[in-house]
Design a protein around this ligand. Structure first.
Ligand code: 4AD
Ligand code: MG
Length: 449
């Protein structure tokens, strides 16, 4: 008889109060007190508390409930009611139960587990409430990214993952053997293909997995991560910074609007995210260096013998995490740092016509210690200058011939940036470590499950 009842997802319970329905899911947790049992069920769309009363169910149903274990799969029949005290919380008053499968000794119990243990069990860890909340925020960030660009008439162009050359320096390349053609590499960024595509479609975005053989074990680096890279013909640095700000505001406000429940599970301070509205802060690299030195933020230099000395921050050096953290401590909104020394930046960046020591580069740093979420620039659009850059960076010309073609045939000023998906999710969720933002993270010391 119960099979005739409608199957309703937990997320839809609010529309079915008072109705008898079926829930198809798993046992998340069980508490009992004598003649009452309070199993929590999950079905992927949410978690709900069931109420089983010995006097309301048959003896056989009660006995079946007594055999249930954490993560057993079940189809439960019951009536939805509002929680007597809590707003927007519902309960299922259970009348019947079908056991689909009993789980024996589920390894992740409500007690505390070490993070390495949980990471080994990532395929199961994803079922827990916190991981569920993070993945749902990630899903929303991805949707927001697509909607933002689609609404603004950008064309999505997929760039290849197997590529013949480096984009972001040769030290973080994953190499593979490519048949008779020799070495190929996993892409570090789809940017160069984004540039070619922008010359064909005007405004494009590339959105896909990227790879960096990062040798450092930090809380912000994965070896495989997703990056979204808009690239726009006829955009200069200024227009690109403005777009990046509008984009980041849109993502954060969209997650706030649609994923309050998940952010609440994560105990995220929503007031911090509510503040992420334009205008954001901007600082030139040169002003940032001045600020660091005025505030006595020293650079620690390590000598070959291991000894350390503290020095004033020298103009020309790239910022590391300590400088970025010090700079951002004063802000509760993101800050764009622009016009970096050309020497520390990539070969494809255009020099500032007002000061050729500078690249028309920009990084967006997020507050609360989240660090860099965006890197971007205006691109070198002169054939001669780009050729010179390739030489300066000791890059071979031949693999870049197609890229040079963009400067041979109708070259135009153009710009773009890349936003790291996992860095952004880490910031919005308020996480300590980036590993939880990827469903199956890849890091220097982990490639399983
Ligand atoms: O600053 P990056 O290296 O810039 C580029 O790759 C440009 N080609 C993008 C462009 O202009 N189209 O990387 C961009 C962003 C960083 O700001 C960061 O958010 C993320 O990608 N990122 C990483 N995220 C996780 N793990 C890593 N190892 C990352 N490396 C970069
Ligand atoms: Mg960068």
């Amino acid at each position: 008889m119960s099979s005739a009842l409608p199957h309703v997802y937990i997320s839809e319970f609010k529309h079915h109060v008072g109705e008898q329905v079926r829930l198809k899911g798993w046992v998340y947790n069980i508490r009992s007190s004598g003649k009452l049992m309070f199993p929590e069920f999950r079905d992927g769309s949410g978690i709900v508390q069931g109420v089983v009363s010995k006097k309301d169910v048959s003896d056989s149903v009660w006995q079946q409930f007594e055999t249930l274990t954490q993560e057993s799969s079940v189809i439960v029949t019951g009536t939805i009611s509002k929680h007597p005290k809590l707003e927007n919380v519902y309960e299922l008053h259970v009348s019947d139960l079908d056991i689909i499968h009993i789980a024996h000794d589920y390894p992740i119990t409500p007690k505390e587990h070490g993070v390495e243990f949980l990471a080994d069990k990532r395929h199961l860890w994803l079922r827990s409430k916190r991981q569920w909340a993070i993945m749902r925020v990630r899903h929303e960030v991805i949707n927001a990214i697509r909607d933002f660009f689609n609404q603004r008439d950008f064309t999505l162009i997929d760039s290849p993952i197997i590529t013949p050359n480096a984009v972001e320096g040769t030290t973080t390349l994953f190499e593979l053997d490519y048949f008779d053609l020799g070495k190929a590499y996993l892409t570090q960024s789809g940017q160069l293909y984004g540039e070619a595509s922008a010359m064909a479609f005007g405004k494009v975005y590339v959105f896909g997995p990227t790879f960096r053989a990062e040798k450092s074990k930090t809380r912000r680096h994965l070896t495989e991560f997703w990056m979204v890279e808009p690239e726009m013909a006829y955009y200069d640095l200024e227009m690109t910074m403005a777009l990046a700000e509008e984009f980041v505001e849109y993502i954060v406000q969209r997650v706030l609007e649609k994923r309050k429940e998940e952010l609440t599970v994560l105990e995220r301070d929503l007031t911090k995210l509510e503040k992420i509205t334009r205008p954001f802060h901007r600082l030139s690299y040169t002003d940032a260096v001045e600020w660091l030195n005025k505030h006595n933020v020293k650079l620690i230099k390590k000598a070959a013998d291991g000894s350390e000395t503290e020095i004033d921050f020298p103009w020309g050096e790239d910022f590391g995490a300590p400088q970025e953290e010090a700079l951002m401590a004063q802000f509760d909104k993101p800050c764009i740092i622009h016009r970096y020394p050309a020497e520390v930046k990539a070969f494809y960046m255009k020099r500032d016509p007002e000061n050729p020591k500078l690249a028309l580069a920009m990084d967006m740093l997020a507050p609360e210690g989240a660090g860099e979420i965006i890197g971007g620039s205006q691109r070198e659009d002169s054939y001669e200058a780009l050729l010179e850059r390739l030489r300066e960076h000791n890059l071979p010309q031949e693999p870049f011939e197609w890229y040079l073609d963009l400067r041979r045939y109708g070259s135009v000023p153009h710009s773009g940036f890349g936003l790291g998906l996992e860095r952004t999710v880490k910031w919005i969720c308020g996480l300590e470590h980036i590993r939880e933002t990827s469903p199956y993270p890849r890091m220097i010391y982990r490639n399983t499950p």
